[in-house]
Design a protein around this ligand. Structure first.
Ligand code: SF4
Length: 352
C-alpha cells in the first residue's frame, strides 16, 4: 500500500474535494494530534485513508544524547536497514532545531575521510522514507511547531545521487497545507554531482545548496573525493553559477580541514578564489577523527591561521565544530551500526 507521506497536496486534491483534501492533508502532518500512530479524522475520511494509505514511519530504535544537547538517532526502515539522523537544538531566545538527515543507506561516493563511505551504497531512501524520517524525529524529540525546524541533508548518503526522491520529499515537506518547512530552510549538501545540481536548478521547489569542496585542485580533490575524477572544480563552479539564487540566498561551501592534506597557504588562497565569486557562506570544519581514520584533525593554531587567511581574502567564514562528537554523530561519522548489509557498491554504480 502507498505511504501517506509520499503524497503531495495536489495528488490528494485529485482524490478528494479541495476543502476535504486541505483538512485531511493538515491532519496528516499535524503529528502532535495523532492517535495510535495515525491522524484522527472523521469516520468517512478514516475509511478513505485506511483503504488507500499506509502510515508507518521509520522506527526509532536508539537515541544517543550528547553532552552538547544534540542527539544521534538510529531509525529502522521497513526492510530492516538502519539509517542515522542527528537532532540539534539551538539554545537561543527563539529556540530552533536543525535536523541532519540521511538520503541513502550508506553512500557510493567513497570519500576517503568519511566513515559512511566504508559502508558502500546499500540503497536509496524513498521520498516517503525521507519525510517519515522527519516526522518520526519531530514526534519523538520535537519541536511540534515545524516553523522552527531547519533541515540539512548532510547525514548518510549523497542526496544528489538520489535527487528525484530528495526533491519530491522537499516538495512534500514544504507544502503550505502540510508541514510548511520552507525550501529556504532546507539545505542539500553535495560532494559535487554536477548533473544533480543541474536537476536541482530546474526544480519548481528548490532547496538551498551546499558544496563539499575539501580540496583546492582537481588532483588533490580526486585523492580524497573520487567524484572529482568525473567532475572538475571548473564543472562544479559553472553548474553552481547557473543556479538562480533567491534574494538573500547564499551558497554554502564546506571545507573539512585535514592536517597535512589540504591546509597550506596555497590551499587558503585557492579556496578563496573558488568561493569569492559567489554570495557565500564558507564553513571550515575541523576533521572528526574516527577509529581507523586515514587523516588527522588540524591543530587549533593551524585552523585559526587558515581561517584568518580566508577572511583576509574576503571570505565569510564560520568554523563549524561538529556536534555530537561523543556519540559519533559528527560530520562524516554516521555509519550504520545495526545493519542489513548489501555488497558494497562503488562509484561505477553512479547513475548521475
Ligand atoms: S562525505 Fe558524503 S558524499 Fe562523501 S562518502 Fe561521506 S556521505 Fe558520501
Amino acid at each position: 500500500m502507498r505511504s501517506a507521506f509520499d503524497l503531495t497536496f495536489d495528488e490528494l486534491v485529485a482524490l478528494r474535494p479541495p476543502n476535504d483534501a486541505r483538512y485531511l492533508y493538515r491532519k496528516l502532518f499535524n503529528f502532535s494530534d495523532w492517535a495510535e500512530g495515525r491522524p484522527v479524522v472523521g469516520k468517512e475520511s478514516t475509511v478513505f485513508l485506511s483503504e488507500h494509505f499506509d502510515f508507518a514511519l521509520p522506527e526509532i530504535t536508539e537515541v544517543r544524547r550528547s553532552e552538547d544537547g544534540s542527539s544521534k538517532l538510529l531509525l529502522r526502515l521497513a526492510d530492516g536497514n538502519v539509517i542515522e539522523a542527528v537532532h540539534m537544538p539551538r539554545a537561543v531566545k527563539n529556540p530552533r532545531v536543525t535536523l541532519c538527515l540521511s538520503s541513502q543507506v550508506g553512500c557510493a561516493m567513497g570519500c576517503t575521510f568519511c566513515h559512511t563511505a566504508t559502508m558502500g551504497l546499500v540503497r536509496n531512501l524513498t521520498a516517503s522514507e525521507i519525510v517519515g524520517q522527519v516526522l518520526a524525529i519531530l514526534r519523538a524529540l520535537g519541536p511540534i511547531d515545524s516553523g522552527r525546524v531547519t533541515l540539512v541533508f548532510m547525514g548518510m548518503g549523497e542526496p544528489l545521487h538520489n535527487v528525484e526522491a530528495v526533491l519530491r520529499a522537499v516538495a512534500i515537506m514544504s507544502e503550505e497545507a502540510g508541514l510548511r518547512i520552507s525550501p529556504q530552510r532546507i539545505t542539500v549538501s553535495t560532494s559535487g554531482l554536477v548533473p544533480g545540481i543541474e536537476r536541482m536548478a530546474s526544480a519548481p521547489v528548490r532547496p538551498c545548496l551546499a558544496i563539499s569542496v575539501n580540496a583546492t585542485t582537481d588532483e588533490a580533490r580526486a585523492r580524497t573525493m573520487p567524484v572529482a575524477k568525473k567532475y572538475s572544480l571548473q564543472d562544479l563552479t559553472t553548474a553552481v553559477k547557473r543556479l538562480t539564487l533567491r534574494p538573500h540566498e547564499k551558497v554554502t561551501f564546506e571545507y573539512v580541514l585535514l592536517r597535512g592534506e589540504n591546509d597550506t597557504v596555497e590551499d587558503a588562497e585557492r579556496l578563496a578564489e573558488i568561493v569569492r565569486p559567489f554570495r557565500h557562506n564558507l564553513n571550515v570544519i575541523p576533521y572528526n577523527v574516527y577509529e581507523g581514520a586515514l587523516f588527522a584533525a588540524p591543530e587549533e593554531d593551524a585552523l585559526q591561521l587558515f581561517v584568518k587567511r580566508l577572511q583576509d581574502r574576503g571570505c565569510l567564514v564560520t568554523v563549524r565544530r561538529s556536534r555530537g562528537r561523543d556519540v559519533a554523530a559528527a560530520c562524516g561519522q554516521l555509519v550504520q551500526e545495526a545493519t542489513v548489509r548489501a555488497p558494497r557498491r562503488g562509484l561505477r554504480n553512479l547513475s548521475a
